[in-house]
Design a protein around this ligand. Structure first.
Ligand SMILES: NC(=O)C1=CN([C@@H]2O[C@H](COP(=O)(O)OP(=O)(O)OC[C@H]3O[C@@H](n4cnc5c(N)ncnc54)[C@H](O)[C@@H]3O)[C@@H](O)[C@H]2O)C=CC1
Ligand SMILES: O=C(CO)COP(=O)(O)O
Length: 333
C-alpha cells in the first residue's frame, strides 16, 4: 500500500513510522529539506521526536510529485493552516485517493470543524467515503516508542472505516472504527480547551479535586455542543472524547496542558506561544468553540472562562473563582 503523510511534525512523523514499520510504502511530505535529509540518512527527525530512531523505510521528501502514486493521504498539518495549505496539494489528488485527517482543532476563521472545510477543498462534498478522521489518546512520542495506544478511526462509510481501521492497526496501535466523523473530530478538538484549563488549575496548585471536576464538567460541555451539532453522544464516552480528555488533562506530554500550566504560573500567552516549536491547537480552538457555542446558544462556562483568560480579561485565579461562584444548579450534561 502506498501512503503519504502530509506534515513532518511530531504526529506526522510518528504515524509515518508506524505505517512504514507495518510494511507500507510511506512517504513523509514535509517542507524542510534538512529535516527530510535527516530522516532519510540518520533516520531521525532533526526537529521533532528527538532521539527516536525511525523506521528506515520512511521516504521523506519536500517534493509533492510522490503524492500522485499514494492511495491514502494522512493530513497531519495544524488545523488553522489547513485551509491555506491544502489547495496546493489538489493537483496531485487522484480519483481514488482517501484523506485521513488527524488534526485536532476547529477552523477559527470559518468556525467550522475540518470535516466541513477540507472535503470541499478536494471536491469531496458528495463522496464522504473518501474522508476519514483518526483521533484518540495518542501522544506522538509514546506511539513512536511502540507503547500501547488505542484510537478511533471514523468514516461515514462503515466498510471504509473498517478497512482504514485495519490499515492503521498494529500489535501496539489498536484502532476502533466509527461512522461518527463529526463526533470523533469534535472530541479531539474540544478536549484541548480542557487540557489548558486543567493545566491552569495545576499551575495554581489547586489540586487533584479541581482537575477532576474540570475534566468532568468539560466532558459535559463537550457533549452539549456535540449534540447540538448533530454528533452521537456515545462517541464522547469513547477514546476520542473522555479518552483523550483524560490523557491530555493529566499527561504532562500534552502541549495544551503545558500552555495551561504556564498560564497558571503567571506567564503571558504570547510569550508561551512564541517559545514553543510545536502547535497547541487549544488556543485558537477555545476562541472558535466559544463563538460556535454562542451562535448555537449552548452554555459552555469553562470554555468562556478559558477564552477570558487567554484574552487577558481574567487572571487565572479570577477565572477559576468565577467557575466556582456560578449559580448553583442540578448536575446535568
Ligand atoms: N503530537 C501529538 O501527540 C498529536 C497531535 N495531533 C494533532 O496533529 C496535528 C499536528 O500536530 P503535531 O504534528 O504534533 O504538530 P507539530 O507542531 O509538531 O508539527 C506541525 C507540522 O506542520 C508543519 N507546518 C506548519 N505550518 C506549515 C506551513 N505553513 N507549511 C508547511 N508545513 C507547515 C510543520 O513544519 C510541522 O511539520 C495537530 O492538529 C495535533 O492536535 C493528534 C494526535 C496526537
Ligand atoms: O492530542 C494529543 C494526544 O492525544 C496531543 O495533545 P497536545 O496537542 O496537547 O500535545
Amino acid at each position: 500500500m502506498h501512503i503519504a503523510v502530509l506534515g513532518g511534525g511530531n504526529f506526522g512523523t510518528c504515524l509515518a513510522h508506524v505505517l512504514a514499520k507495518s510494511g507500507h510504502d510511506t512517504h513523509l511530505v514535509l517542507r524542510d529539506e534538512n529535516v527530510a535529509k535527516s530522516i532519510n540518512t540518520i533516520h531521525e527527525n532533526s526537529k521533532y521526536l528527538s532521539g527516536i530512531k525511525l523506521c528506515k523505510r520512511i521516504e521523506a521528501t519536500t517534493q509533492f510529485g510522490v503524492l500522485t502514486g499514494c492511495e491514502y493521504w494522512i493530513i497531519a498539518l495544524p488545523c488553522q493552516k489547513q485551509a491555506e495549505l491544502l489547495p496546493r496539494f489538489v493537483p496531485y489528488f487522484g480519483e481514488m485517493t482517501t484523506l485521513i485527517n488527524v488534526a485536532k482543532g476547529i477552523d477559527l476563521k470559518r468556525l467550522l470543524p475540518l470535516s466541513m472545510v477540507v472535503p470541499q477543498i478536494f471536491g469531496l462534498e458528495d463522496e464522504s467515503a473518501r474522508y476519514a478522521v483518526l483521533s484518540g489518546p495518542s501522544f506522538a512520542k509514546e506511539v513512536a516508542l511502540d507503547m500501547p495506544t488505542a484510537c478511533t478511526l471514523a468514516c461515514a462509510d462503515e466498510s471504509r472505516a473498517v478497512h482504514l481501521r485495519d490499515i492503521f492497526t498494529t500489535p501496539y496501535f489498536r484502532c476502533y472504527s466509527s461512522t461518527d466523523v463529526l463526533g470523533v473530530e469534535l472530541g479531539g478538538a474540544i478536549k484541548n480547551i480542557y487540557a489548558i484549563a486543567a493545566g491552569v488549575s495545576d499551575g495554581l496548585n489547586y489540586g487533584d479535586n479541581a482537575r477532576a471536576s474540570l475534566v468532568t464538567r468539560g466532558l459535559a460541555e463537550m457533549c452539549r455542543l456535540g449534540l447540538a451539532m448533530g454528533a452521537n453522544f456515545q462517541t464522547f464516552m469513547g477514546l476520542s472524547g473522555i479518552g483523550d480528555l483524560m490523557l491530555t488533562c493529566n499527561g504532562d506530554l500534552s502541549r495544551n496542558r503545558q500552555v495551561g500550566l504556564r498560564l497558571g504560573k503567571g506567564e503571558k500567552i504570547d510569550e508561551i506561544i512564541a517559545s514553543m516549536n510545536s502547535v497547541a491547537e487549544g488556543v485558537a480552538t477555545t476562541h472558535a468553540v466559544y463563538a460556535m457555542a454562542q451562535n448555537l446558544g449552548v452554555e459552555m462556562p469553562i470554555t468562556y472562562t478559558m477564552k477570558k483568560i487567554l484574552d487577558g480579561e481574567f487572571t487565572p485565579q479570577d477565572g477559576l473563582q468565577y467557575l466556582l461562584s456560578r449559580e448553583q444548579k442540578p448536575e446535568r450534561f
